[in-house]
Design a protein around this ligand. Structure first.
Ligand code: FMN
Length: 157
């Protein structure tokens, strides 16, 4: 397994798709907050999903998720997948991306790289444990993030 990147730019500037579910029922959304690292001697990806997202339901109900990265030309598509909800429309179809199986989860053929992750941990980001200014600006509506840590079990290029 190898993945070379500038981690401070990888999520923030490039964005990614977070996908969970199985071939017959899955959802995807754009993320730009996340991390890659190590815990419990395992390579992991960490993502943050607000409870209001349709994808949250899929993160809760599935053991695996994927984080996939795309060439620059797909930025517009990622913009759409990050502003429309799978609750309201078949946004995967509308995106024009080609869904493919990725390990025990799903990704898209157009991805440069897909990290297949096995869920290890979930924790809500409680506002009482963060600086007040961040709590006030990011969570005024109380729509908090759940943090998911997944073991990277496969890297598909
Ligand atoms: C660039 C970008 C980055 C985003 N990053 C996140 C994120 O890290 N976590 C999150 O919960 N939502 C994030 N979003 C918002 C979701 O992608 C958006 O609400 C999406 O429509 C949710 O889709 P769903 O309801 O089908 O899950 C981001 C949106 C954009 C455009």
């Amino acid at each position: 397994m190898e993945f070379k990147t500038d981690i401070f730019k990888q999520f923030d500037k490039k964005w990614a798709l977070l996908t969970a579910g199985t071939e017959d029922r899955f959802n995807t959304m754009t993320i730009s907050w996340g991390g890659l690292g190590t815990i419990w001697n395992k390579p992991v990806a960490t993502v943050y999903v607000r409870k209001s997202r349709y994808t949250h339901e899929f993160m809760e109900n599935n053991e695996y998720f994927t984080v996939s990265f795309y060439p620059e030309e797909f930025k517009k598509v990622l913009g759409v997948l990050g502003s429309k909800s799978g609750r309201d429309m078949d946004k995967m179809k509308a995106s024009g991306l080609t869904a493919v199986k990725a390990g025990e989860s799903m990704s898209f053929k157009e991805a440069e790289v897909t990290l297949v992750c096995k869920k290890l941990f979930r924790q809500s980001l409680l506002t009482e444990n963060m600086p007040k200014d961040i709590a006030n600006t990011m969570y005024a509506d109380n729509d908090i993030h759940d943090m998911y840590i997944g073991e990277v079990v496969e890297i598909i290029k």
